[in-house]
Design a binder for this molecule. Structure first.
Ligand code: HEC
Ligand code: HEC
Ligand code: HEC
Ligand code: HEC
Ligand code: HEC
Length: 480
C-alpha cells in the first residue's frame, strides 16, 4: 500500500517522464504565486491599472489554465507505453476487483480531488475577477485607447458617467454576455490588425433592444407631466449677450393604471407598436412608418420616396434609442459646446466677441487635437493683441482661462484621429442641429386616407420664450 508522500512522488515522476507535462508544470509553477497574489490583491484592494489587469486576466490567467491542460494531457496521453493501459477496460477492472489496487486508487482519487479543489479555487477566483474586469469601464473604454477615446470622453461628460458601459451595451443575462464576448473577440482582432472603421459605425446594429437595458433603471410609465427646459444661448455680438429659450416639453408617459399614454413617451407605451423601414444602414431617412394599435388596426404612413425602398430594408421596432441615440455619447454642436463652457464660467463672457471668435476657431479643420490646441491659442492671442489690446493687457488671466475653455469645447467633441468632426454623430433628440424627430414628423408621411405625422409645434412642446434676454415666464415662475 502506498502512502500519500509516495503517491505525490509517483505523480511528480509521472510529470517528469512526459515533456509536455513538464512544460505545463513549469508554466503552472511560475504563474501560480504571481496569479494568486495578483487576484488576491485585486479582490481586496482592486487594481486600478487597466493594462496591469489586462496582463493578468488576458495573459497570465490563460497561461495558467493552458499549463494545467498540458500537465494532464502529458499525464494521460504522452506517458510511457505501459501507462497507456490505463485506458483499457481490463486494467480499470483490476482496480476495482483487486483490494490492494483498489485502496491505491482510493488514495489517488483523494489526491486528485485535493488538487482539483485547489485548482477550482484558483479557477473560480480567476473567472470571477476576469468577468468583473471584462465588465469594467476601464476594459471597455481604456484598453483600446484611441478607438474608444471619443466614446469614453463623451460618456464621462454625460449624465450616465457612473453607469458602467455594460449596463447599456450588454445588460443582464448570460446569452447577451456570450454574444458580446464573441463580437468583442472580433473587435480585438480589428484593433490588433488596425482594420476598425474610423469613425466607429453608428447606429450599433447588434445593440440589445433598449427596453431590456434602459428600463432596468428608467420606467417611462412612471413619467408624468411636462418638463421645463431652459436653453442658455450666447449671441455672437460684442457683448456675448445672454438670452434664453424656454420650452415646456410634453414628456408624457407610457401609461400607468388610470393614466393613458400620451405625449412624447406615448411611442413606447405597451399598446402602441411603431415599426419603421429606413432606406440606409444609418437609419437617417425613414420612408415608411407603421403604427399597430391595440385594437388590431394598423396605420401605414409613407413618404414620397417609400416606393424606392428595397426588399432588404430592415423592419425595426421603434424603441428608446430611436430618439435617445446619444444618452451618454453626447457630441455637442459647436454652438452648444461653447455656450456650455461660457455658462460654466470656463469662458469669460466679459471678453468682447469671445463667442464669435470661439465659434470661428473651433469649427476650422485640424489634423489632430494637439494641433487644434496650439492653433486655437495662437489665433486667439493674436486676435486680441491686435484688435483689443486692452483685453490682452488687462485681462491676461481671463483670456488664458477662456482659451483653455475653448480648447476643451473642441477636445470634448472633435477627434481627428478617429475622423470624428462636428456633426459626425447625429443626435435624434430634437430637430435643430440634426433632423431628429423630423425624420418622421415632417407632415410628408401620409396614410392612404391622408393623415400625416404631426409637425405642429405644440405637439411636442410649448415654446414659452425664444431667445429672450429676460423671459417674462421665468420671472413669473420664480415669483418675482
Ligand atoms: C446609458 C447607456 C450607455 C452607456 C453607459 C454606454 N453606452 Fe455606448 N452607446 C449607447 C447607445 C444608445 C449607443 C448608440 C446606439 C445607436 O445609435 O445605435 C452607443 C454607441 C456606442 C458606440 C458606437 C459609436 C457611437 O457613438 O454610436 C461605442 C463604440 C460605444 N457606445 C462604446 C461605449 C463605451 C466604451 C462605454 C463605456 C465607457 C459606453 N459605450 C457606455 C449607450 C451607452
Ligand atoms: C444603471 C442605470 C441606468 C441605465 C441602464 C440607464 N440609465 Fe439613464 N439615467 C440613469 C440615472 C441615474 C440618471 C440620472 C443622472 C443625473 O441626473 O445625473 C439617468 C438619466 C437619464 C436621462 C436624463 C438625462 C438628462 O439630461 O437629464 C435620460 C434621457 C436617460 N437617462 C436615458 C437613458 C437611456 C435611453 C438608456 C438606455 C440606453 C438609459 N438611460 C440607461 C441611470 C440609468
Ligand atoms: C419619441 C422619442 C422618444 C422615445 C421613443 C423615448 N424618449 Fe425619452 N425623452 C424624449 C424627449 C424628447 C425627452 C425630453 C428631453 C429634454 O428636453 O430634456 C425625453 C426625456 C426622457 C427622460 C428624462 C425625463 C425627465 O423627466 O427629465 C428619460 C429618463 C427618458 N426620456 C427615458 C426614456 C426611455 C427609457 C425610453 C425607452 C423606454 C424613452 N425615453 C423613449 C424622447 C423619447
Ligand atoms: C419612427 C417615426 C417617429 C419618430 C422618429 C418620432 N415619432 Fe413621434 N410619432 C410617430 C407617429 C407615427 C405618431 C402618431 C401620429 C401622430 O400623432 O402624428 C407620433 C406621435 C407623436 C406625439 C403625439 C403622441 C400622442 O399623445 O398622441 C408626440 C408628442 C411625438 N410623436 C413626439 C416625438 C418626438 C419628440 C420625437 C423626437 C424625439 C418623435 N416623436 C420622433 C412617429 C415618430
Ligand atoms: C415631433 C416633436 C417636435 C415638433 C413637432 C417640434 N419640435 Fe421643437 N423640439 C423638439 C425637441 C425634442 C426639442 C429638443 C429639446 C431639448 O433639446 O431638450 C426641440 C427643441 C426646439 C427648440 C430649442 C432649440 C435649441 O436647442 O435652442 C426650438 C426653438 C424649437 N424646438 C422650435 C420648434 C418649432 C418652431 C416647431 C414647429 C415648426 C417645433 N419646434 C416642432 C420636438 C419637436
Amino acid at each position: 500500500m502506498k502512502t500519500l508522500p509516495e503517491i505525490v512522488t509517483a505523480f511528480a515522476k509521472g510529470i517528469a517522464r512526459s515533456r509536455v507535462s513538464l512544460l505545463g508544470a513549469m508554466i503552472v509553477t511560475v504563474t501560480t504565486p504571481f496569479l494568486f497574489g495578483a487576484i488576491l490583491y485585486d479582490v481586496l484592494f482592486h487594481i486600478d491599472n487597466t493594462y496591469f489587469s489586462g496582463a493578468i486576466y488576458m495573459l497570465v490567467g490563460p497561461a495558467f489554465v493552458g499549463g494545467l491542460v498540458l500537465v494532464f494531457l502529458g499525464l494521460f496521453f504522452f506517458k510511457g507505453k505501459e501507462e497507456v493501459r490505463l485506458f483499457t477496460l481490463e486494467y480499470l477492472k483490476g482496480y476495482f476487483t483487486e483490494p490492494e489496487k483498489f485502496s491505491r486508487m482510493r488514495k489517488l482519487v483523494f489526491f486528485a480531488v485535493f488538487l482539483t479543489c485547489i485548482n477550482l479555487l484558483i479557477f473560480s477566483m480567476l473567472g470571477y475577477r476576469a468577468y468583473h474586469y471584462m465588465e469594467s469601464v476601464g476594459f471597455c473604454g481604456e484598453f483600446c485607447h484611441t478607438v474608444m477615446n471619443p466614446e469614453r470622453t463623451a460618456y464621462l461628460n454625460s449624465p450616465h458617467s457612473r453607469v458602467p458601459c455594460v449596463e447599456c451595451h450588454i445588460g443582464s443575462g448570460a446569452d447577451w454576455f456570450v454574444k458580446s464576448k464573441i463580437s468583442g473577440a472580433r473587435q480585438l482582432f480589428a484593433v490588433a490588425f488596425n482594420t476598425y472603421p474610423r469613425p466607429i459605425e453608428t447606429p450599433v446594429h447588434g445593440l440589445r433592444p433598449a427596453r431590456d437595458t434602459c428600463e432596468e433603471c428608467h420606467r417611462p410609465e412612471m413619467f408624468h407631466g411636462d418638463k421645463l427646459v431652459v436653453k442658455d444661448i450666447f449671441l455672437e455680438d460684442e457683448k456675448n449677450t445672454h438670452v434664453k429659450t424656454v420650452l415646456l416639453m410634453k414628456i408624457g408617459t407610457a401609461g400607468d393604471r388610470a393614466i393613458s399614454s400620451h405625449g412624447i413617451h406615448w411611442h413606447v407605451a405597451p399598446e402602441n407598436k411603431i415599426y419603421y423601414k429606413a432606406s440606409g444602414r444609418d437609419r437617417m431617412t425613414i420612408p415608411e412608418v407603421t403604427l399597430a394599435k391595440q385594437d388590431g388596426s394598423t396605420l401605414v404612413y409613407r413618404s414620397g420616396d417609400a416606393d424606392e425602398l428595397g426588399e432588404e430594408a430592415e423592419l425595426r421596432e421603434m424603441d428608446c434609442i430611436d430618439c435617445h441615440n446619444r444618452p451618454t455619447h453626447i457630441y455637442l454642436s459647436p454652438r452648444v459646446a461653447v455656450d456650455n463652457q461660457i455658462l460654466s464660467g470656463a469662458i469669460d463672457s466679459s471678453i468682447p466677441f469671445i463667442k464669435k471668435k470661439a465659434m470661428e476657431v473651433i469649427t476650422k479643420e485640424y489634423a489632430s487635437q494637439e494641433e487644434a490646441k496650439e492653433a486655437i491659442a495662437v489665433e486667439l492671442n493674436e486676435f486680441y493683441r491686435k484688435n483689443f489690446s486692452s483685453v490682452a493687457e488687462e485681462k491676461t488671466d481671463q483670456l488664458k482661462k477662456s482659451i483653455a475653455g475653448i480648447q476643451k469645447a473642441y477636445a470634448d467633441n472633435v477627434f481627428p484621429e478617429m475622423n470624428i468632426k462636428w456633426g459626425t454623430y447625429t443626435n435624434h433628440l430634437g430637430h435643430n442641429d440634426d433632423v431628429g424627430c423630423f425624420r418622421c414628423h415632417d407632415e410628408e408621411h401620409e396614410t392612404e386616407t391622408g393623415e400625416v405625422i404631426s409637425m405642429d409645434c405644440d405637439t411636442c412642446h410649448t415654446i414659452l420664450a425664444e431667445e429672450e434676454a429676460d423671459p417674462e415666464i421665468l420671472k413669473t415662475l420664480s415669483g418675482m
